[in-house]
Structures are given as C-alpha cells and as structure tokens.
Design a protein around this ligand. Structure first.
Ligand code: NAD
Length: 435
C-alpha cells in the first residue's frame, strides 16, 4: 500500500505532496478522482500516484514593456503524467493563473487524453497576467521568454503545448519559432493549434466548439430530441463558445442567449449568430449587439432551455445555482465549470451533465491530428479532420454512456472511471522504476 509523506513541522512554511497544489479546483479534481477510483476499484498504489503531478515547473519571466521598464511575471508548466505519451495541454494567460489551477487542469488533461484513447499524457501551463493589458509586442516578448525558460522541458516528443484562455494560434507561432531558434532547426511539432501556414491543421480552430456540438447531439439523441429544433444557451463567446454557437445555429438550434466578460445578451426568438460574430469582430465584445436584450451572466445560466453550454470559466455552476438550473442537458465546453456539489444536485435532478473531459475533448483530438499530420508531413482535408473528430468523440461518448447505464453513476464519474481504467492498465504494465 502506498503512503503519502505529509509535512509534520508546524513551523515550516514548506508544503509537501498534494498540499503543494491545494486550491478549489485541484481539491475538486482529487475528490472526483477518489470517487471514480473507488467505483472502478482502482489499484491504491496507482491512485496515490495519479493524485499528484509528475513534475511542476515555475519560471520567472522578465519582460521589456513598451515604456522600457522590465516587469517580471510568473509562469507555470505542470506535467501530470506521461504514461500514455508526451504531456499535452494548453497554455493559459489570465491574471488568476496559479500553480494549483494549472495542476488541476494538467490532471484533467491526463484523464481527457486517456478517455479519448489518445497516445498522449497530461500537462498544462500558464502565466499570471491579464493579456488584455499587454500590447502585441509585450505579449510576444512574454511568450518568447516563457518558452525559452521552459527550454527542452517541452518538445515534440516531450511536452506539446496548445492554446487555451488568453492565447491563440499567433501565441503558438511565437512559441514554435522560439523553440526552433533555440534547437537550431524548425520544429513545428513542439506545439499544436498553430496557424495553417506553418503546419497547423484545418479544423483545429473550431474543433472544441464542434466537439461540444457533437456531444450535445449525442446527448439529445439519448433524450429523444434533435439539434434541429432545440433551444440552447451558451456562456462565453471566445474560441469554444462562439464556434459552438455557430455550429449549433447551422444545425437549426435556436441560440437564446450568450455572454462574455462584458455581460450577456438574450433574444427569445433566437440570436442571429453570424451577425453576432461580425459584431464581435468589429467591437471585440458582445455588449451593445442591437438585436437582443441584456441579461446578467447569473440569470443566463438559469434560463429555461434544452442545452446549456458553459464555455467560459471554471466554478460557474455551484450548489448555489444548481437547484435553479432549468436546462435538460449541460455540455461543459469550459474546463471545470461545475463543482462536485453541483454535479450531485444536477444528477439528482435528472439533468444530464456531459463532463468537460468528454465534451471539450474536440480541441485535443484535433491537436493530436495536427501532431500526426506534422510528423507525417501529410495534411488532411477539413472534411477528413471533422469526420475523424466525430468518430473519436462519439466513440468516447458511447463508452461513457455504457458505464453510466451499467453502474448508474453520473456521466462525470463514469467518464473519469473509464479514463482511470485505461491509465491504470498502462501503469501496471509499465511497472515502477526502480522497483
Ligand atoms: P477564450 O479566451 O477564447 O474565451 C473565453 C470567453 O469567456 C470569452 O468570451 C470571455 O469574454 C468569456 N468570459 C470570461 N470571463 C467570463 C465571465 N465571468 N462570464 C462570462 N464569460 C466570461 O477561451 P477559450 O479557448 O474559448 O476557452 C474557454 C474555456 O474552454 C476554458 O475553460 C478553456 O480551458 C476551455 N477549453 C478550451 C479549449 C480550446 O481549444 N480553446 C479546449 C478545451 C477546453
């Protein structure tokens, strides 16, 4: 039986083991792991290992700002598990980024890749910075220095970053260029989510939103409904939320409300999504869109609808608002939008929650396709990419549905149980070094 070292010195500020990563999202992830591991009877030695990341890197990132001052930012990269393949996970730029949050997201990536049957492990990175306050030059300087501080701790066979909140394909292009300059030759495989011109994959930009829609379609089918005549509410109108809105709208769904950091908008007859996208391109935020009424982010989550897709931030649905949610299905585009207490309440209320590690898997699936296409130097059509995405994500849904039906577990625990099972088998086959 594995044991866990804890810090017994009350005068020491040093933290050990899981305590190093304490925080709401990390603690929630560990609790979920415990419940799912118990449900599938996971080996206790395996469980004690997967509750902690394999490696956590903290870097200081000095950046020359436009006014010529040097500002030092804190960057993180947490590498949770490489049992199934190289670490894989996004880079987040947000003022609230912390070691704890990054560790929770890295842990979720391990289980997402495992659930989706990808040959990849789990990692995540981020910098505590408000990217909206940086000029383009400052953002480039920050990205390049962060990449150089990580050095060969990332790499096409080691750890492969991708975009997340506050970063995009341009950020990945700067990371790829910096890494390539330092190793001396072009290494497109070091990141995914790159622009098409430098080795990106067709379909990657909209992949997470499209995956959200594929999962919504599967869940609707189970409840005897069709995407072509449902109502949908989406929180967040960034990469994930805006693509989910567009693809659902194209399939006939009525998008009743969407929101972003500027607030929400509502139209009971359905929003004109293509027009809204044009508005956001011009005005940056959805606020002020003329053909809708304003609505608060809190009220938006509680609107009556068939599908609610939280696609913005973590911890948006808690025990406080879960009793008031009126959606039939929740499809988690964001990572960790629903806490454990809310998951329990929603399960008891018979609201079907398609969890993040399944529902937003489209991004990492097409990232994996990008990595494969890059290694083969052979690129697929967008139709090919989307067909393969549909097959992989729908296959994962079916696997989770089967476990849920067999065990009566909620979808989140069933998905986590399925993911733990694959990882556990691999860990036991590989064994512990040295023994
Ligand atoms: P993004 O930065 O493109 O968009 C985030 C959106 O959320 C923006 O519209 C922003 O205005 C909005 N937002 C921020 N704070 C808000 C608040 N308090 N209330 C309402 N809206 C708010 O980020 P993204 O890439 O779309 O990521 C969104 C979520 O999806 C994150 O949790 C991310 O980890 C997850 N995710 C993203 C991908 C991907 O491929 N981009 C893949 C998997 C998971």
């Amino acid at each position: 039986m594995a044991t866990t070292e804890t810090n017994s010195n009350p005068h020491s500020p040093l933290l050990h083991g899981e305590d190093l990563y304490r925080g709401e999202m990390f603690d929630n992830t560990i609790k979920l792991l415990d419940v799912a591991a118990k449900a599938i009877n996971c080996d206790p030695n395996v469980l004690s290992r997967i509750k902690r990341p394999k490696k956590a890197i903290v870097v200081s990132v000095p950046v020359r700002m436009d006014d010529y001052r040097v500002k030092v930012f804190t960057g993180f990269r947490v590498q949770h598990s490489s049992t199934l393949g190289p670490y894989k996970g996004g880079i987040r730029y947000h003022q609230d980024v912390s070691l704890s949050e990054v560790a929770a997201l890295a842990t979720l990536m391990t289980f997402k890749c495992s659930l989706l049957n990808l040959p990849l492990g789990g990692g995540k990175g981020g910098i505590a910075v408000d990217p909206t306050k940086l000029s383009r030059t400052e953002k480039q300087n920050l990205t390049r220095r962060y990449t150089s501080e990580l050095g060969t701790l990332i790499g096409p066979q080691v750890d492969i970053p991708a975009p997340d909140m506050g970063t995009d394909s341009q950020t990945m292009a700067w990371m790829m260029d910096t890494y390539s300059q330092e190793v001396g030759f072009s290494q497109p495989g070091v990141v995914t989510g790159k622009p098409i011109e430098i080795g990106g994959s067709l379909g990657r930009n909209g992949a997470t939103g499209l995956g959200v829609v594929f999962i919504a379609e599967k869940a609707l089918e189970k409840l005897g409904m069709k995407m072509s005549n449902i109502t949908m509410v989406i929180q967040g109108f960034g990469n994930v939320g805006s693509h989910a809105a567009l693809y659902a709208h194209q399939r006939g769904a009525k998008i009743l409300a969407v929101s972003d950091v500027s607030g929400g908008i509502h139209n009971a007859n359905g929003l004109d999504v293509p027009e809204l996208l044009k508005w956001v391109t011009e005005h940056k935020v959805i606020k002020g869109f003329p053909k809708a009424e304003p609505i608060s982010n809190e009220a938006l989550l509680e609107l009556k609808c068939d599908v609610l897709a939280p696609c913005a931030m973590e911890n948006q649905i808690s025990e406080v608002n879960a009793p008031r949610i009126q959606a039939k299905i929740i499809v988690e585009g964001a990572n960790g939008p629903t806490n454990n207490a809310a998951t329990k309440i929603l399960h008891e209320r018979d609201i079907l929650v398609c969890p993040d590690i399944l529902a937003n898997g489209g991004g990492v699936i097409v990232s994996y396709f990008e990595w494969v296409q890059g290694m083969a130097s052979f690129f697929w059509t967008e139709e090919d990419v989307n067909d393969r995405l549909k097959r992989v994500i729908n296959g994962a849904f079916d696997k989770v549905w089967e476990i849920k039906t067999e065990t009566k577990l909620d979808m989140r625990t069933a998905a986590m149980g399925s993911a733990i099972r694959r990882l556990e088998r691999a860990m036991l086959l590989r064994g512990l070094y040295p023994r």
